[in-house]
Write a protein that binds this ligand. Structure first.
Ligand code: TRP
Length: 432
């Protein structure tokens, strides 16, 4: 049999971090933090990463390394939810490409906040440009994925992830020179404990799932390409660490600029598409900063979409007789169709037809994925690793070097604590 191509040690961390670091960090984390009261949200989010994120990520890595055994259905089921998610994610990735183009042509410079809001309305509800941008995003993703684990994904991650850090740091240094940046830092880092509510906790937990790409078999797929000598728990800690650092850096890049101009940080998904460009319009060098920022978004998004298309491709390759080329093509084409439907469901001309249960397909996919599929996926992975797999082997694999206590603690979390909390969250999702 052909020797399986595997990630190098650093490549594995960067590729998995590339999947984790995405719009969740640069688009969603800042606006969730903004809406949920700043520092208090950050604090609870960090607790969730430690208590739930790292254990579930380790469990998924374990499932990827050992395979799914009798729970053979888990991978295609998780992959189905990844595919629905991908349709939604490519729409926003398309917006990022669109904004990168608008920034380069200068179409958003010197516009008033109201005019920028209109631009965002156009970007999300037009027909032609959004669809073309989605085609662009899917094509770039497919071209990298088709080149394979080493020469495609690992190579792209090794170039794009460092670039992402450099851009972020440049943006932060600039933001810290702005007058009034301290207010932004205080908002992000000084927790106001009175803001901690059950909703905040559920949102923080949802963000933790989203940002670590959990419950969709994608992290498991990457783990199946790691060397047997790669320590899974250590890799999970590194990936979660890098992901958290990028989220905080994104907050550091955004909030000083927002506060320095006295803008309200609680505007939701519009934060980076409307609020931030209006902030850039007021500062010297804003034209270049805006290009850099949307380049950052595009890089973060593409390293993430690669991981989904790779998992779909790999599944098709192993379960059918398709070549990698055809498998990638079919995976990417399916995602493209879904994304186009999602995107069209937001346009005025199609909004009336493309609906499910009274919501646009886009909103329905968002609801289904974040409220049900993420927690359900995490639940299934923790039940599989916690109850079906051999506990002695799980503890062995998840121990850090000689520290068996770590493996044992992780197993207790994966077996009892996490399933209980996730069952509650799924029930909440149905009710709320
Ligand atoms: N983690 C990604 C981000 O932060 C988004 C994501 C969520 C994802 N679930 C996933 C990516 C599953 C790949 C697979 O943007």
């Amino acid at each position: 049999m052909k020797e399986k191509t595997r990630f190098g040690a650093l490549g594995a961390v960067l590729a998995a971090a590339g999947s984790a670091v995405g719009l969740g960090n640069i688009w969603k984390f800042p606006y969730m933090t903004g809406e949920n009261g700043g520092g208090a949200f950050l604090l609870i989010y960090l607790v969730c990463i430690l208590l739930f994120g790292i254990p579930i990520l380790s469990a998924e890595f374990y499932a990827g390394r050992r395979g799914y055994g009798r729970w053979r259905w888990l991978e295609p089921a998780a992959l189905l939810s990844a595919t629905i998610f991908c349709g939604f994610y490519f729409v926003i990735t398309g917006w990022c490409f669109h904004y990168l183009i608008l920034s380069i042509t200068g179409a958003t410079s010197a516009l008033s906040p109201a005019a920028l809001s209109e631009v965002f309305g156009g970007v999300t509800s037009e027909v032609v440009m959004p669809c073309l941008c989605i085609v662009l995003a899917v094509s770039i993703t497919a071209l990298i994925t088709v080149a394979g684990i080493k020469s495609g994904i690992e190579r792209a991650s090794k170039i794009l992830m460092p670039l992402l850090f450099i851009i972020l740091i440049a943006l932060i240094i600039y933001g810290l020179t702005l007058p009034g940046h301290r207010e932004g830092l205080r908002f992000l880092f000084a927790p106001d404990f009175s803001k901690i509510t059950p909703t905040l906790i559920i949102n923080a937990l949802g963000q933790c799932f989203f940002t670590l790409s959990l419950g969709m078999a994608v992290m498991a797929n990457y783990a199946s390409f790691m060397e047997p000598s790669q320590n899974l728990t250590r890799t999970a800690v590194h990936v979660a660490g890098l992901d958290t650092i990028v989220a905080i850096l994104a907050g550091l890049a955004i909030f000083p600029a927002v506060f320095s101009l006295g803008i309200d940080p609680t505007q939701g998904p519009e934060l980076v598409f409307v609020t931030l460009p209006s902030a850039f319009n007021h500062i010297a060098g804003g034209y270049w900063l805006q290009i850099l920022f949307f380049l950052l978004m595009v890089i973060a998004a593409v390293t993430t979409t690669i991981s989904i298309v790779q998992t779909q491709t790999d599944w098709l390759e192993t379960h059918t007789r398709l070549s990698r080329r055809w498998a990638t093509f079919i995976a990417a084409f399916t995602d493209l169709l879904l994304a186009l439907f999602c995107s069209l469901s937001l346009t005025n001309s199609c909004a009336d037809y493309l609906t499910i249960a009274g919501m646009s397909i886009y909103d329905a996919a968002d609801w289904l994925v974040s409220k049900i599929l993420f927690p359900a996926g995490g639940l299934l992975f923790s039940l599989y690793v916690g109850w079906i797999c051999d506990p002695a082997d799980v503890v062995n694999e998840l121990s850090l070097g000689g520290h068996r206590a770590i493996g044992k603690t992780l197993l207790v979390l994966i077996r009892y604590v996490i399933p209980l909390v996730l069952i509650l969250i799924v029930i909440f999702g149905f009710l709320g």
